[in-house]
Design a binder for this molecule. Structure first.
Ligand SMILES: Nc1ncnc2c1ncn2[C@@H]1O[C@H](COP(=O)(O)OP(=O)(O)OP(=O)(O)O)[C@@H](O)[C@H]1O
Ligand SMILES: [Mg+2]
Length: 271
């Protein structure tokens, strides 16, 4: 069985590509044959975050246009401990009209036939064609949101799309399993009221939380070296992504990194 997971959001720049990279790496680390697809045609970025940009020969659009075969297009991930992870890069130059519902469907079917257990789709920003195609074939959606009012409001719109604009919705099948991934979370800023708290976001959107990823400098280091942060076991963000992956795989784990770390003096004086 294959599960198609879309990493989506309403607002841009919230951490979809960062999350797609770590979640797909995590699924592979847990022994699952996984592919991650960059749907952001023209703005390819996932290959950089995954550290394979120099190995892109053919891309997603080439594959849709039958200019190459699957084996030629999939880039095998080379990180230590990761055995069965592949990247399907976005085209940098082609125009977005090349992405069609039939074409995407055909590629997803090829990947299913090839035995992939997870197909992770890194969606472009917004609710335009590219984003709608990225979510169309989804079985599961991870709605990436920052703890800010504008991001939460835009997530609400994408949740509406997930309920109406997917193949599952069209066929009247079980709805797409939809959950919330709160990224760039700062417990300190949510405690002093500068940002929304995880429970407020959860209340507004009304979907279960699959993970809370703290704001972390490790993310910047990870994307500049091309090593997804989940590979950094010492990083809070890396651990939070691993928790998220475990929850996707069915483990029941409490949320971490949602409360402020108390310093020595505040612990001592109970503040
Ligand atoms: N937890 C985090 N802590 C700190 N920085 C983060 C975190 N998550 C993401 N970022 C940073 O936020 C920026 C946007 O992240 P990313 O590219 O993953 O977002 P995106 O949703 O894919 O954007 P787009 O909508 O343009 O595709 C990047 O500079 C990334 O390094
Ligand atoms: Mg992106």
């Amino acid at each position: 069985m294959t599960e198609v997971i879309v990493v989506t959001s309403g607002k841009g720049g919230v951490g979809k590509t960062t999350s797609s990279a770590s979640i797909s790496t995590g699924l592979a680390l847990h022994g699952h044959k996984t592919v991650v697809i960059d749907f952001d045609i023209g703005l390819r970025n996932l290959d950089l975050v995954m550290g394979c940009e120099r190995r892109v020969v053919y891309d997603f659009i080439n594959l849709i246009n039958h200019e190459c075969n699957l084996t030629q297009t999939l880039i095998k991930d080379r990180h230590k401990g990761v055995d069965d992870l592949y990247v399907l890069a976005a085209s940098q130059t082609r125009d977005k009209d090349a992405l069609t519902k039939e074409g995407v469907g055909e590629v997803i079917q090829m990947l299913k036939d090839d035995g992939f257990e997870y197909i992770v789709c890194d969606s472009p920003a917004g609710i335009e064609k590219g984003a709608l195609l990225a979510l169309y074939y989804a079985d599961r959606a991870i709605v990436t949101t920052n703890p800010e009012v504008s991001s939460v409001r835009d997530s609400d719109r994408i949740i509406g799309m997930l309920q109406s604009k997917t193949l599952r919705a069209e066929k009247g099948e079980e709805p797409v399993t939809t959950s919330l991934l709160l990224t760039r979370y700062s417990a300190a800023r949510s405690n002093n009221g500068e940002m929304m708290h995880v429970t407020d976001v959860d209340d507004v959107l009304g979907i279960p939380v699959i993970g809370v990823i703290p704001e972390s400098k490790d993310i910047l280091t990870a994307s500049s070296t091309g090593d997804p942060v989940i590979l950094n076991k010492d990083s809070d963000a890396g651990q939070a992504y691993d928790d998220t992956v475990r929850r996707i795989l069915g483990e029941d784990l409490p949320l971490r990194f949602t409360e402020e770390k108390k310093g020595f003096f505040s612990k001592l004086f109970g503040r």
